[in-house]
Ligand binder design. Structure first.
Ligand SMILES: [Zn+2]
Length: 295
């Protein structure tokens, strides 16, 4: 006999009884009001056990829905957004929720400075670094501030703001998506959904999970052979690898979500990949000025 650890309670709810909704007074049968969605409250819903369960549920986003959505984002980019459009949402996590989980993990385990650009990155490594340098130098000179002190304060402020401002990226990137895939059939909402899906992919898979797996493997191999290969995963190498991943995401999404043939999906995928780089640059530029003005 199979032993069960978790056993579902038998459902003795009366699904045929006609009820009146406590919230909107609509008449309905079943557990939920079909007009406003309010749930029928039973005595056991008010038990301590149920309260503990819902507290636990609120904290365990690593439940079935999260893992299912996560798997779909990797194996079939564009499918989660397509499901939203077709009305299949219950088995998966909402894309906005997924994005915020990804956002949370990125700041918990950052490997690269992509979204929270420190002053050094802004000062030397951007296309607009000239502007940053002159703005900062003027400010320091005018107020007679020490550069080191300014850097420390800037980095702290930028780190705090980036946690809130990453969402700007989702908005920025909706613009190229709506232009490249312009069609009367696609609403702004549809492009926004895909932008959320892509940024969940970008933050969680490309910026947290994959780099940590690669770093782990490199350390393991380095230990095994007694060499130090930890510098192998440089910003430059990983940036190139990221472009390949973005291209994969967009070609698949063009196929699945925008229903395009392989040739068109390939061309648009390449353009969209390039535009991620531009969108990240615009985001960093905005992040610099907001950080600077709010210091
Ligand atoms: Zn109701």
């Amino acid at each position: 006999m199979k032993r069960q650890i978790f056993k579902k309670r038998p459902d003795d709810f009366d699904y045929h009884q006609l009820r009146s909704c406590k919230n909107c007074l609509n008449s309905f049968t079943g557990r939920y009001c079909n007009a406003c969605g309010e749930k029928v409250i039973e005595l056991e819903d008010r038990s301590f056990k149920r309260l503990a369960e819902s507290v636990l549920n609120a904290f365990t986003f690593l439940d079935g829905k999260f893992l299912k959505s996560f798997k779909l984002i990797i194996l079939s980019p564009g499918k989660l957004s397509a499901n939203v459009r077709e009305g299949i949402q219950v088995p998966y996590m909402k894309l906005v929720g997924l994005f915020f989980v990804a956002n949370f993990f990125y700041f918990l385990f950052p490997v690269f400075d992509t979204f929270n650009s420190k002053l050094y990155t802004q000062f030397y490594q951007q296309g607009y670094s000239d502007i940053v340098q002159s703005v900062v130098r003027d400010y320091i000179k005018a107020n007679n501030i020490d550069f080191e002190k300014f850097t420390t304060e800037y980095n702290a402020q930028s780190g705090n703001l980036a946690k809130l401002l990453i969402i700007i990226l989702v908005g920025i990137y909706t613009i190229p998506l709506s232009i490249i895939n312009f069609s009367r059939k696609n609403l702004f909402f549809d492009h926004l959904q895909l932008s959320f899906e892509f940024h969940a992919f970008l933050l969680l898979i490309n910026s947290v999970i994959l780099p940590h797996i690669l770093l782990f493997i490199i350390r393991l191999v380095s230990m095994w052979f007694g060499v130090d290969w930890s510098s192998l995963l440089s910003d430059e190498v990983y940036s190139k690898l990221s472009l390949v991943l973005f291209f994969y995401f967009f070609v698949r999404a063009q196929r699945t979500y925008y229903k395009q043939n392989w040739l068109l999906a390939g061309v648009k995928g390449a353009i969209l990949t390039y535009l991620v780089v531009i969108s990240l640059m615009v985001y960093r530029f905005i992040l610099f000025f907001i950080t600077f003005w709010t210091m």
